[in-house]
Write a protein that binds this ligand. Sequence first.
Ligand code: AMP
Length: 483
Amino acid sequence: MTNFNDFGLAEPILRALAEEKYETPTPIQAQTIPAAMKGRDIVGIAQTGTGKTASFALPILNHIVNYRMRPSQKAARVLVLSPTRELSGQIADSFRTYGRHIRPLTVELAIGGVPINRQSRGMARGAEVLVATPGRLLDLVQQRSVVLDQVEILVLDEADRMLDMGFIRDIRKIVQMLPQKRQTLFFSATMPKEITQLAESMLKDPERVSVTPESTTVERIAQRVILTEKSAKPGLLVEVIKSETIDRVLVFTRTKHGADKVVRQLESSGLPAAAIHGNKSQNQRERVLAQFRDGSLRILIATDIAARGIDVDGITHVVNYDLPNIPESYVHRIGRTARAGRDGVAISFCDHEENGFLRDIERTIRIKIPSEDRRTGRSAGRSEPAPHHHANGRNGGGNRRGGNGQNRGRNGGQGHGQGHGEQRPQRAKGHGGNANGGHQNGQRNGGRPATAAAGGHHGGGEDIGGMKFMQRGPNRPRNHAPR
Ligand code: AMP
């Protein structure tokens, strides 16, 4: 399918897509939409950024147009479960966008961090689509504000993340309340054993679809490391922000506290900034994100969890104020820039304590990131060898995650816990569906910046977050900036 008109979607939906300037379905959409329109269950391996939201929202809206009926009081015809408030909000927005010419269409959101009463009132007359995080949904069911026995279509989004966040029991509970006869669309970036089991228990003869995100984006990210003292990071950040040509910069810190501190430091230097993390109210977060999107806020500080699922185009720079202790998180962070065909810059600050993290990251991505040494004193000069590692292994340095203790609690709400334990990488399996793979750029990168090489069919690489990282090519120059 190369055109949305080929799917046989209803006219109001096509009109909205045309207004959104969507012309060509993405690979996940091309695979998912026809099968879902036939009523098939789906198990989809896809990440945010692949267009997966529309891949389920469009056939669902089409079903709503074709089978018009008034939802009963407190009932939802479609239930979408997602792990975080941000992702849920974005999904609801997508339904409203693609469904803007369908009337009536009620899309309700049930997420933690905002008063429950408004959500109860919202559901009083029922809704076509209810997008929810599992904990808040169960609270609403418990207080008899929502009934689930009329759900015709269930979507489970980012199932692997649900597992990490400790939602699997809640999900099983919710599924038990749903009618047996329903359509289920199940999406996950990875399929670990527990997720496969969950899918098997929920799906009937599913159509399997899988894609990896376009990897060309990674090629366009210029990566740099600045070796620094911890105490010099605030000044360095101000300097970087002032010296780079920045449209939008996303600054990552490891902790919520760290994020707030960075905001204060920047503001005292005359750089307006805001943070999003689990301690912020939903309203605050939405306001900040809207400002970041519309360009009135240029500097956003985020923790890994808070940034998940946020899809903002036009982020020119990602700064890792703290390096993540999990290499895959690094890949996900830098993937926030260079979207929609643009270039991006990723600058990482690395203090003494983070040297090991940097080594792991370089081993995993198989690139020695050009670095600039701004450290003072005798410890300057990082001398470890270039990370030649596991020519063919899928496990190059990526096995540290076990140590960081996964948080399986409910976090007292919806996806707003922020401890180290939540930071689990998403790892897309290589499914070869790499639309733009093919050319290896192992010979670029004469000096700086490093760009992660993307390739679709060369062996020996490792897929992380759907991005293919290749081994250093034999001819690749290694004249990096001095360490
Ligand atoms: P998702 O993976 O659902 O988070 O979507 C990623 C981004 O791609 C969103 O900003 C969508 O609006 C956009 N998008 C999804 N499908 C298409 C399409 N077929 N053409 C253009 N943009 C799209």
